[in-house]
Design a protein around this ligand. Structure first.
Ligand SMILES: Nc1ncnc2c1ncn2[C@@H]1O[C@H](COP(=O)(O)OP(=O)(O)O)[C@@H](O)[C@H]1O
Ligand SMILES: [Mg+2]
Length: 171
């Protein structure tokens, strides 16, 4: 059976994501009426397709394309854990994840939305789980945690295969 998210394949062909140096956010080239950008990072832009609103498509820049496989592998190792999005599949330059409704903690600060203590506890538990899988919970910062119905969801797991600490808040 063809997975539902395949419906977005043609629309995604119209989008190109360009990476930059110095941790600058990516740029999007192209357009598709039924795709909405829901977030931008330094490696990828994340889109939602009108007909499949439960999924997002994380489209990597050419520069960051190697991270696609890495991130897929990490998500596969984290799949039992409720603090992370679900991975549904991969395309040529993107991965398909569950759409996680909510606002990032970064946007909470900008918009004055209070962050419940429970979210911080959830992130702590998520970090423990990552370690229990033999991975290193790096790159967890305000733009990589989503506040969802009073709970925390951690996104962007591609660095968990690296050793050591983050070089500070970079994004
Ligand atoms: N599964 C998701 N559901 C909803 N929004 C998401 C999801 N994944 C990412 N986003 C949004 O897209 C932004 C960029 O995604 P991210 O995975 O952090 O990219 P990068 O690896 O380039 O930092 C996030 O800060 C968030 O706003
Ligand atoms: Mg990110």
């Amino acid at each position: 059976m063809i997975p539902e998210w395949k419906l977005a394949e043609e629309a995604l062909k119209n989008i190109k994501v360009i990476g930059h140096n110095n941790n600058q956010p990516v740029t999007i080239l192209g357009f598709a009426e039924d795709l909405t950008c829901v977030g931008i990072g330094t490696d990828a832009a994340v889109f939602r397709f009108d007909k499949t609103p439960n999924y997002v498509f994380k489209v990597y820049s050419g520069k960051a394309l190697k991270k696609k496989e890495v991130e897929k592998d990490v998500y596969e190792r984290l799949k039992q854990c409720c603090y992370f999005p679900q991975l549904y599949g991969t395309g040529p330059n993107y991965i398909i994840l569950s759409f996680e409704q909510g606002v990032t903690l970064y946007d909470c600060l900008l918009q004055g939305i209070p962050i419940p203590e429970q979210v911080i506890q959830d992130v702590e538990e998520a970090r423990e789980f990552v370690r229990s899988q033999g991975l290193n919970p790096r790159d967890i910062h305000l733009k990589n945690v989503i506040l969802q119905n009073g709970r925390g969801k951690v996104i962007d797991v591609s660095e968990y295969i690296k050793e050591g600490n983050d070089p500070g808040l970079r994004k």
